[in-house]
Design a protein around this ligand. Structure first.
Ligand code: SF4
Length: 217
């Protein structure tokens, strides 16, 4: 597995050396109570809670500031992310980085994570059972990071965080609340690569998020 050095806080590096006690594939979730982000990340080392563990190269925990104003949540790692252990570094990631910079923020000053931390085979969408096993770790990350606003990238992130079946088109353009944190839904960068005209709509969503928290470039 890729070294965690460089994208986890120092305290996470210490905790990451301790492996999870509950590491059998398909085992009950058994999520412990966390008090730090480092504990959340440490508990994921060698995770085998769902079948996605079988095909992964690296667990993609997420990366960025430990005190982010903006937290971006996508669906799942792709091939490049699986290879490197870092989120959003392929073509979608490059577009996401441009979007973040257009907001007047550096990529390292936000936090970027996914609903599931391991790559689904052939880049298929994560299955409900996989999301159910992994989502508590995303929830714990959000709880520890305390972003001012969560930007859900695409339907999988938005629907699962908001526990709704509404389509992304219905979820856009509204301020949602995720456990008292504002949440704005927009399109996934992979969708924007396939549908460039939707970049304008996404930019409107990001501006909406900035306005909601009084963020000025
Ligand atoms: S996707 Fe999440 S729950 Fe499943 S094995 Fe990976 S880290 Fe564990």
């Amino acid at each position: 597995m890729r070294s965690l050095k460089g994208y986890l806080p120092k305290d996470a590096m210490v905790m990451a050396k301790k492996k999870s006690k509950n590491s059998k594939a398909g085992a009950p979730i058994g999520i412990p109570a966390f008090s730090t982000l480092a504990e959340v990340h440490a508990s994921l080392q060698d995770c085998k809670r769902c079948k996605l563990c079988k095909g992964r190269t690296n667990i993609v925990l997420g990366e960025g500031s430990s005190k982010p104003t903006f937290m971006f949540v996508g669906e799942a790692p792709g091939a490049k992310e699986d290879e490197s252990g870092r989120p959003f570094i392929g073509r979608s990631g490059q577009l996401l980085t441009k979007m973040i910079e257009a907001m007047g923020v550096k990529r390292e000053d936000v936090f970027i994570a996914n609903v599931v931390k391991c790559r689904p085979p052939d880049n298929r969408a994560p299955r409900p059972a996989e999301i159910e096993q992994c989502k508590p770790f995303l929830e714990a990350q959000i709880k520890m990071l305390k972003p001012k606003v969560i930007i859900a990238l695409g339907a999988t992130a938005a629907k699962n965080l908001l526990c709704t079946k509404e389509p992304i088109g219905e979820l856009r353009g509204k301020v949602h609340s995720y456990q008292n944190t504002k949440l704005i839904a927009t399109f996934h960068p992979a969708y924007l690569l396939r549908n460039p005209p939707a970049k304008k709509d996404c930019w409107e969503d990001l501006q909406f998020a900035m306005k909601e928290i009084g963020w000025k470039k």
